[in-house]
Design a protein around this ligand. Structure first.
Ligand SMILES: Nc1ncnc2c1ncn2[C@@H]1O[C@H](COP(=O)(O)OP(=O)(O)O)[C@@H](O)[C@H]1O
Ligand SMILES: [Mg+2]
Length: 189
């Protein structure tokens, strides 16, 4: 039962879209990658906002309209993948409630909003790519949390608090949710 030196515990049983929303540096990418390893990298696709902006959404900016278009593309593609039993993990700031709601209605089933909750102060401390520093100096505009709004989810299916929990704790919390819903389960060999 070993593949790549690791015991393969889980597999995706039914397609789903986990829509992770949160401030820059809240931990979306980190948790998405950790969760992917824990479940099954072969049947998970991570739709990472920063990565998609280099391809699918190249040339798309950070105005309200551009963010909306970016969101819609990601939702559309996620839905197509989920129909084919892919476990889709979206890691996108997606700051506007209306955009997340439209993603929810675009995805035909198994859509779950995950609020990656972390205080702005903690995100500024992390500042993984030095973007907060630039935004605070006014060198970049429309930066979520600084001079662009972030609207917290009103009713997310899952909330992970990354200021007070470890990466593994957060990833496990989401994994348990998926297991309870029978979307992910032990591999039968
Ligand atoms: N519980 C946690 N979950 C996720 N990331 C965490 C957590 N605690 C600390 N971190 C750190 O916070 C940073 C989050 O960065 P990143 O995942 O790139 O954020 P985002 O994709 O939301 O912009 C990483 O350096 C990560 O190691
Ligand atoms: Mg990221």
């Amino acid at each position: 039962l070993r593949s790549g030196g690791k015991r393969k515990l889980n597999r995706v049983k039914e397609g789903f879209v986990l829509w992770m929303t949160g401030l820059p540096c809240s931990g979306k990418t980190t948790i998405a990658r950790r969760l992917c390893e824990m479940v099954d990298p072969e049947s998970i696709e991570i739709m990472d906002g920063d990565e998609l902006r280099k391809g699918l959404s190249a040339g798309t900016g950070f105005s309200r309209e551009d963010r909306e278009m970016h969101n819609k593309r990601v939702a559309y593609l996620s839905n197509l993948l989920a129909k084919h039993r892919v476990g889709v993990i979206v890691a996108l700031v997606s700051p506007y409630r209306t955009n997340r709601d439209s993603a929810r209605s675009l995805v035909s089933k198994n859509f779950f909003e995950v609020w990656v909750n972390c205080s702005v102060d903690e995100c500024i401390k992390r500042d993984v790519k030095g973007m907060y520093k630039k935004a605070l100096k006014g060198e970049i505009k429309n930066f979520t949390g600084i001079d662009d709004p972030y609207e917290p989810p009103a009713n997310p299916e899952i909330t992970v608090n990354t200021s007070s929990n470890t990466i593994d704790q957060c990833a496990n919390q989401i994994l348990e949710f998926l297991e309870n819903r029978q979307l992910v389960g032990n591999q039968k060999i």
